[in-house]
Every structure is written in structure tokens, then in C-alpha cells.
Design a protein around this ligand. Structure first.
Ligand SMILES: [Zn+2]
Ligand SMILES: [Zn+2]
Length: 195
């Protein structure tokens, strides 16, 4: 599955942003509750432009996280409307730019706009690519019932099911135990098995 490289990078950012909610993290804590956590996320994705590093900015990014989590799960027609809103509300005007180590890619608002605005616009541009390619099905919820994680499935056959190796392993373990229990109705101890 191929989207434009800047779209893919943004979709990965949305996924990582979305997966900072308490129900999706390894720690079970909200991992976007402080400035250092926000900075770490932005650094991982080599975000550039204006950073206010204040409570307002953090609150706006957290709000944007919820918004993008909702859009991620929409059907194509609903997503199209939301994407148009993301872009129109910010007065987005796409242009090509080359900066830092990044080759030609799209921006649609200035680098001096607030961080949350830039995240929403960038997300809108990336999601446009997804809607136009009719690939909303690549944006999914983790199949683990106890996980709030979102996943981006860029695999060839679209067979990815879990947000993380952690969820994959956990659910494999559950399936294994269920199979073992079905095979041995007299009971068993999971520790007897070489996992
Ligand atoms: Zn850029
Ligand atoms: Zn998960």
C-alpha cells in the first residue's frame, strides 16, 4: 500500500499521537500529559515550526488527538466531510516546500501557526490521500478487546490486526490458552507449556 511519503509519515504521526491515550499505552497511563511527553513525541517525528511549550498548546494537541481518533474510525464518506473541515477551518492553502532534511512535500499553513492547527492541517492533507485512494480500511482499531490502540495497516494484504507487538503477543497467548483448555478438558496449568 503506497501513499505519498509525507502522507505516510503524517499517518504514522497520527497513529502514535492517538496511541498515547491511557488505554493504548504499555504503562496504562496517558502519555501525553506533560510537556516533556509532547516534546518527545514531536522529536521522534522530527516536527519543526512554532512551539509555544505552554499549557494551551498541550491542551489543544490533546483535543486534536481526540478529534483525529474519531476521524480515524469513520467511514469514507464521513471522513471526506471531516477532512474538508480540518482544512477549511484553518484556511489551508497547499504548497510545496523543501526544508531541513525533507524533500518536496506539502504544507498548507505557515510554520508560525499554532502546533495543533498545523497537526490538523497536515492530518487533513494525509487523510485526503487515504480517502482519494479509497483506503480508509487501512485505518483501524486494534483487534485486542482490552486495547484502545489505533493501527495503520500498510501491509500488502491488509492483514494487520494489532496496534503493537505487545497486543499481538498477548492475544496469541489468549488464543493459545483457549486452544489448550479446549484440548484438555481436565484442566491445565499454563506454566506447564513452553511459551
Ligand atoms: Zn514540512
Ligand atoms: Zn492494541
Amino acid at each position: 500500500m503506497h501513499f505519498a511519503p509525507d502522507s505516510t509519515a503524517t499517518l504514522e504521526f497520527i497513529r502514535d499521537l492517538a496511541n498515547t491515550v491511557a488505554g493504548a499505552t504499555k504503562t496504562g497511563l496517558d502519555e501525553l500529559s506533560s510537556q516533556p511527553e509532547l516534546i518527545a513525541l514531536l522529536d521522534r517525528h522530527r516536527y519543526s515550526g512554532r512551539f509555544d511549550r505552554d499549557d494551551t498548546e498541550l491542551a489543544e494537541v490533546r483535543q486534536t488527538r481526540e478529534h483525529l481518533r474519531t476521524i480515524w474510525m469513520l467511514d469514507r464518506d464521513s471522513a471526506a466531510g471531516e477532512v474538508n473541515l480540518l482544512l477549511s477551518e484553518a484556511g489551508a492553502l497547499p504548497y510545496l516546500v523543501r526544508h531541513d532534511e525533507f524533500d518536496w512535500h506539502l504544507h498548507a499553513v505557515g510554520q508560525d501557526e499554532p502546533l495543533a492547527v498545523r497537526i490538523r492541517v497536515e492530518s487533513g492533507l494525509a487523510l485526503m490521500d487515504v480517502v482519494r485512494n479509497n483506503e480508509m480500511a487501512r485505518l483501524r482499531h486494534c483487534a485486542a478487546p482490552d486495547c484502545d490502540g489505533l493501527l495503520l495497516d500498510l501491509s500488502r494484504n491488509g492483514s494487520k490486526r494489532f496496534c503493537s507487538v505487545r497486543c499481538g503477543n498477548r492475544m496469541n497467548m489468549v488464543a493459545f490458552r483457549e486452544r489448550a483448555a479446549a484440548d484438555e478438558p481436565n484442566g491445565y496449568a499454563p506454566s506447564d507449556y513452553d511459551l
